[in-house]
Design a protein around this ligand. Structure first.
Ligand SMILES: [Zn+2]
Length: 442
């Protein structure tokens, strides 16, 4: 597949017609997704109309009209947990025990990264998000300014997640970032966060909890990813990470945990009562042999779920189709129940729930007034035919090859295997290759 850049004229008003639209606007999340045969209209960064063409406002002034040829239009996927700056580490160190992978391979190389390295790695990640139909990412990484610049230069939507730990950043810097990046650019926002209980001392954690209370803001962190992490936390604090952090007042304004593989009933009670998000990362949990998160138990308990890819060092690809398939298939195996985790639920987790988990309520569905963050999926390919049930096709047989168009804030950034960006993808690939070669040579 060739992927080229080409300039596209600014289009402020766009009409996409002859489409099969999945707006994902239902309040009943167990209902079959509504399918509308019709059109969608966009002015600048917002959707102005979704419905059948007979009732649609008529205009002769469109900057662009797109015949969807009967293809699917739906909200873009939200990658609710990732580390975009790690793309330079893709396939550099695999098939190693977890601790050896992390301490011998990942941490030393990350320590040598410059701000420019993070910029190009993030740009590479964004290219991959666009090809996978992802329209926003929840990104925890260092050298935040580089991530922000990469997103703005790409026209991509990023929610930054604080990454405080004993070695990187501080609660004071976290507060500065929170105030600065929630007032920088409409594509950028920032949520409070820290790396994990096992990398962050209690003194720092208490200061982060105090920030959450000062700003009535949610807090996010890696939590209960491995059995040993939970056992060590119990040894240190006499409680699981979820219970311990909750005792510190960390979740009084919500937030969530990335991974949440090894969770007790008490942990789940805290998630439910605190309205916390669980963001699952099935590929990473499999590849690092961490385990399978008890998602069906969480769903039964009413806990809210979203999906992330985790970073490209542990996955190694940033592909929401693969994550959706694993999210459902692993639950079926774990529960020994082929009816577990319906594809419709998984589709909503990937496209709508992620938006709410990342505090992007305007990006969750396709309706007038919402952000025009959407994708077109090609049904005119063998893996999408016949169309008996469109949501099942997307989750069970869909793939990146079906992503025909990715739009963020009303701008088409990827279309028919070409990027509409300011930068040649080949230059981005070269820059990231330079990074890994320089760091491994030094
Ligand atoms: Zn992670």
């Amino acid at each position: 597949m060739t992927q080229e850049t080409f300039a596209t004229p600014e289009a402020h008003t766009i009409r996409i017609y002859n489409a099969l639209i999945l707006p994902l606007t239902e309040s009943d999340v167990t209902a079959k997704p509504l399918v509308i045969e019709g059109e969608l209209q966009i002015a600048d960064d917002r959707i102005t109309y979704v419905g059948n063409s007979a009732d649609a406002p008529v205009s002769t002034q469109w900057d662009r009209e797109i015949d969807a040829c009967g293809n699917v239009i739906m909200p873009g996927f939200k990658n609710a947990h990732t580390h975009s700056g790690m793309t330079f580490l893709r396939s550099y160190a695999d098939d190693l025990p977890l601790q050896q992978w992390l301490y011998d391979k990942v941490f030393p190389l990350e320590a040598a990264m410059t701000a420019e390295d993070v910029y190009w790695s993030s740009r590479l990640a964004i290219l991959e998000y666009l090809t996978s139909g992802i329209t926003a990412n929840f990104d925890m990484y260092q050298k935040t300014e580089s991530i922000v610049q990469a997103s703005i230069d790409s026209g991509f939507r990023t929610v930054l997640c604080g990454s405080v730990n004993n070695f990187v950043s501080s609660p004071a810097e976290l507060e500065q970032q929170y105030l600065r990046y929630n007032d920088t650019d409409p594509l950028i926002s920032f949520q409070l966060g820290f790396h994990a209980e096992y990398t962050t001392d209690e003194k720092l954690l208490r200061k982060i909890a105090a920030l959450s209370q000062r700003y009535s803001a949610p807090v996010y962190t890696h939590s209960s990813e491995t059995a040993s992490e939970v056992a060590d936390c119990i040894k240190r604090h006499g409680a699981t990470p979820t219970v311990y952090l909750n005792r510190l007042g960390m979740f009084e304004h919500g937030g969530g945990g990335f991974h949440c593989v090894h969770m007790t009933e008490e942990d789940l009670d805290i998630c439910l009562s605190g309205g916390l998000w669980v963001i699952t990362n099935p590929s990473s949990n499999l590849k690092l042999a961490s385990g399978i998160a008890p998602l069906t138990r969480m769903l039964r308990n009413g806990i809210r779920l979203a999906i992330g890819t985790d970073g490209p060092a542990s996955n190694n690809c940033l592909d929401m189709f693969r994550e959706m398939f694993l999210t459902t298939a692993l639950q079926k195996v774990q529960d020994q129940d082929a009816s577990a985790m319906d594809a419709d639920v998984v589709l909503r987790m990937a496209a709508s729930n992620g938006a709410h988990a990342m505090c992007l309520p305007d990006c969750d569905s396709l309706a007038p007034g919402k952000q025009a963050d959407l994708i077109m999926l090609d049904l005119h390919q063998p893996n999408m035919q016949p169309v008996n049930e469109i949501s099942k096709n997307i989750v069970y047989s869909g793939s990146k090859q079906n992503v025909k168009l990715t739009m963020v804030a009303g701008k088409i950034l990827y279309e028919n295997e070409k990027f509409h960006l300011d930068e040649d993808p080949e230059r981005i690939y070269a820059k990231v290759n330079e990074t890994i070669h320089r760091i491994t040579r030094s």
